[in-house]
Design a binder for this molecule. Structure first.
Ligand code: KG4
Ligand code: ZN
Length: 338
C-alpha cells in the first residue's frame, strides 16, 4: 500500500447500532452495521442494554470492516469516533475503543459530531452537493435545518424545540400498536392510505425552528375520542392514519426547508438522517425541487440511517485540516457543533 494513502477507521456507537467503516482517501471501502435487535421487545432503546451490546459487537464489527476493506491495521492513519450527541453509555464504548485502538497504533484520534456526520453523508458518493448547501437533518433525536458553507463550516439555522421528527413517527407508531422503530412501518402502511383523510395541526414556530410535540398529543386525543365511539377504529383506519400523520410531519419539515431556501436563495438542497429514508419525504423533496428549480441530494438509504461511513467521511475532512482530538477527550450526550 502506498504511503500517500490516508486510511481512517471510524466507529459509530451513539445509539443502538454498532458500526465500523474504513475510508481510503475519501472513498468508503467498508461500512459494517450490527443492529441491536434486543430493544424491539421493549418498544424503544434501553440504554444499558445498548451499551452492553456495543461492547459485545465492537471488536467483531471492526475486524470485519478491516477485512472487507482489505486494509491492515498497521496501515491505519487515524481512528475516528462519534463524540456527541447520543446515549452516554453507548458513546463511551465507542470512545474508549477508539482511544485504545489509536493509542496502540500510535495514530491520531478524530472526534466527530454525529449530526455534522449525517450532513456529510452527502459527500460519500457522487453527485456531491455544491456550496452553499442546505440540509434538512431529520433523525430520531434531532430535526435541524443546516446551512453548509463548506465541509466543516456549518451553521444550524433552526431546530426542534421539543420532539424530533423521528420521535414523532415512533411515538405515533407506538400509539397505533406498531413495533419499534415505528418510522419505517408508518412509511410502509402510509403507501396504502389517504394522506388527506384526517387533518392534524401543522405547527409553525418562529424562524426555522420546529415543534413536533403538538402532533403527538393531537393524535393521542384523536385516537382516544375515535376509539370511544368505535373500538376497532385503529384497525379499520390504520393506513389512513399513518398516511395522514406522515403527510402532516412532512408538511412541517418542507415548510421550513422551503422558507430557508427562499430567504437564503440557495438551490442546492439535501436531506439526511434516519427519517430521510422515508419514501414520501424523498419523493416530496424531489417534486418540490422540480417545481422550485432546486438541485436535490438524497444519500443512499444505508447512508441515511446511523452508519460509520458518515463518521469516516467527516473524519477524512478533519484529517485534511489537521483537526485531531486529545486522548483526554470525553464523549458528551448533548453537544452543540464543535
Ligand atoms: O438517524 P437515525 O438512524 O438515528 C438517530 O440518530 O436518531 O434515525 C432513526 C429514526 C427513527 O426515529 C426511525 O423511526 C426513523 O429514523 N426512520 C424513519 C424511516 N426510517 C427510519 N422514519 C420515517 N420513515 C422511514 N422510512
Ligand atoms: Zn443519527
Amino acid at each position: 500500500m502506498s504511503d500517500a494513502n490516508i486510511n481512517i477507521l471510524a466507529i459509530e456507537s451513539s445509539c443502538d447500532d454498532t458500526s465500523a467503516a474504513v475510508i481510503q482517501n475519501g472513498k468508503v471501502l467498508s461500512n459494517l452495521i450490527a443492529t441491536q435487535k434486543v430493544h424491539e421487545m421493549y418498544g424503544g432503546v434501553v440504554p444499558e442494554m445498548a451499551s452492553r451490546a456495543h461492547m459485545q459487537n465492537i471488536i467483531p464489527v471492526v475486524d470485519v470492516a478491516l477485512k472487507q476493506a482489505g486494509v491492515d491495521k498497521a496501515d491505519i492513519n487515524a481512528v475516528a469516533f462519534t463524540q456527541a450527541p447520543g446515549l452516554i453509555g453507548s458513546l463511551l464504548v465507542g470512545a474508549c475503543f477508539a482511544k485504545a485502538y489509536a493509542q496502540s497504533l500510535q495514530v491520531p484520534l478524530i472526534a466527530v459530531h454525529h449530526m455534522q456526520a449525517h450532513v456529510l453523508a452527502h459527500f460519500i458518493e457522487d453527485p456531491k452537493p455544491e456550496f452553499p448547501f442546505l440540509c434538512l437533518t431529520v433523525s430520531g433525536g434531532h430535526t435541524q435545518v443546516v446551512l453548509c458553507r463548506s465541509h466543516l463550516d456549518m451553521e444550524v439555522l433552526g431546530e426542534t424545540i421539543d420532539d424530533a421528527a423521528g420521535e414523532a413517527f415512533d411515538k405515533v407508531a407506538k400509539m397505533l400498536g406498531l413495533p419499534y422503530p415505528g418510522g419505517p412501518m408508518v412509511d410502509k402502511l402510509a403507501k396504502e392510505g389517504d394522506p388527506l383523510k384526517f387533518v392534524f395541526p401543522v405547527s409553525d414556530m418562529q424562524g426555522y425552528d420546529f415543534s413536533f410535540s403538538g402532533i403527538k398529543t393531537a393524535v393521542l386525543y384523536f385516537l382516544q375520542k375515535q376509539q370511544k365511539e368505535n373500538p376497532d377504529f385503529v384497525a379499520q383506519n390504520l393506513n389512513d392514519i399513518c398516511a395522514s400523520v406522515q403527510h402532516t410531519i412532512i408538511k412541517m419539515l418542507m415548510n421550513k426547508l422551503k422558507k430557508a431556501a427562499k430567504e437564503l436563495n440557495i438551490k442546492h438542497i439535501g436531506i439526511a438522517g434516519g427519517v430521510s429514508a422515508n419514501s414520501t419525504l424523498r419523493q416530496t423533496l424531489q417534486d418540490t425541487g422540480d417545481q422550485l428549480g432546486w438541485q436535490v441530494y438524497i444519500p443512499r438509504f444505508e447512508y441515511c440511517t446511523d452508519n460509520a461511513a458518515m463518521i469516516a467521511i467527516t473524519a477524512h475532512y478533519k484529517y485534511l485540516q489537521g483537526q485531531f482530538a486529545e486522548m483526554s477527550i470525553s464523549p458528551t450526550a448533548r453537544a452543540t457543533w464543535s
